[in-house]
Write a protein that binds this ligand. Structure first.
Ligand SMILES: *Cc1c(COP(=O)(O)O)cnc(C)c1O
Length: 373
């Protein structure tokens, strides 16, 4: 038995779509990029979508478009992948960590309020495991203090917040298409926004800061002419990847539905085991279930983790609080402490959760856990 914690699902249709692009005129920045952006914009309901090379590039681009620079502080959660905070550092800004709520494991709006200073410029909310953050409360704070809100929605493609799809709720939302996420392009990312100015900044940033659009150029010397207006990067995604993305988007609802079903079964079965805490399913929003994270009995995480691994169940831990990493410790974060995040980290394990996880495999995970505990 070997069951990973997450895994992509690729079918013959996906493969055929990629092959079609390989035989076409464009390998990169052709029609597939636009069509993939349109598919994500249509799905989420966002006005604009800009595809980039990965989810980290999406976060970097969003921070750039938000105008984050030296001296600016951006508040985010420590219970996330490092990229949610690193993107602020890329822009010369300072990530400030607000603690999580005990029930949802998402950033605590009250702690955001406490961490605001005159330098705070934005909030990066991460929908941990696919469960939407308390966006109404976060927007209220943002409006009071004139802050931009970016959602790191790498876990939340397909999730709903109060009847709206994640991707339209804030100034910008970023997605990742790494193979463990809901849909994959191998590597890939996207930023959605309703704001045309932000969108135009994102497009510049992903391709060297270069434009050919007359509306933005100070002069035009001829058909060959273009101008570099800012310092951008090559964060472009290929048509090959986007062909896969378009094909995967057609299956997204099916992917999310299966994840929800698996999560419900975990909850039904694991709630019966003494000592295990299942994630809260909050009313008013629907998680897209990127991860299924349980809390194990205090002091037993290492043992349970090792035994599950020995049984061929490749469980994982999401996440080590970002500021605990040596890089952050060495760069001024050694006195930072978010008690709820640290307590959660001590006890969590992510169980296998992905579209093609079979009922028998899930049963094996549940029975193995029962035996261990
Ligand atoms: C996966 C992930 C990212 C980074 O995405 P990549 O495509 O791997 O660069 C950022 N934030 C969170 C929360 C993620 O899970």
């Amino acid at each position: 038995m070997n069951i990973p914690y997450g895994k992509q699902y690729i079918d013959d249709e996906d493969i055929a779509e990629v092959v079609t692009v390989l035989k076409s005129d464009f390998l990169t920045t052709g029609p597939a990029v636009k069509n993939f952006e349109q598919a994500v914009a249509d799905y989420t309901g966002a006005r604009f979508a800009a595809a980039v090379s990965n989810g980290t590039a999406a976060l970097h681009a969003a921070c750039y478009a938000a105008g984050i620079g030296p001296g600016d502080e951006v508040i985010t959660t420590p219970v996330t992948f490092a990229a949610s905070a690193n993107c602020v550092l890329y822009c010369g800004g300072k990530p400030v960590f607000a603690d999580i709520k005990k029930d949802t494991y998402n950033i605590d709006p009250e702690d955001i309020r406490r961490k605001i200073t005159s330098r705070t410029k934005a909030i990066i909310a991460v929908h941990y495991a696919g469960q939407p953050c308390e966006m109404d409360d976060i927007h209220k704070i943002a409006n009071e203090h004139n802050l931009l809100v970016i959602e790191d929605a790498a876990h939340a493609l397909g999730a709903d917040y109060k009847g709206k799809k994640i991707g339209t709720v804030s100034d910008m939302s970023t997605f990742s298409f790494h193979p463990v996420k809901h849909i994959t392009t191998g590597e890939g990312g996207m930023i959605t926004t309703d704001d045309k100015e932000l969108y135009q900044k994102l497009l510049l940033f992903r391709s060297h800061g270069i434009t050919r659009d007359e509306a933005f150029m100070s002069e035009n010397e001829g058909g060959w002419y273009y101008q570099q207006l800012t310092l951008g990067y090559n964060y472009r995604i290929t048509d090959i990847q986007c062909a896969l993305g378009i094909s995967q988007m057609k299956k997204l609802d099916q992917f999310v539905a299966r994840r929800r079903k698996l999560a419900q079964r975990y909850e039904d079965e694991l709630n019966k085991i003494d000592g295990i805490t299942c994630p809260l399913q909050k009313e008013g929003c629907t998680s897209s279930w990127h991860l299924y994270v349980i809390q194990t009995p205090k002091g037993r995480r290492r043992e349970i983790y090792n035994k599950l691994r020995a049984a061929g169940i490749q469980v994982n831990v999401h996440y080590i609080p970002v500021y605990k990493h040596p890089y952050y410790q060495k760069h001024g974060y050694d006195s930072v402490c978010c008690p709820q995040a640290e307590e959660l980290y001590e006890n969590i394990i992510s169980l296998p959760l992905y579209y093609s996880l079979q009922d028998e495999q899930q049963e094996y995970v549940i029975q193995t856990l029962k035996k261990i505990i």
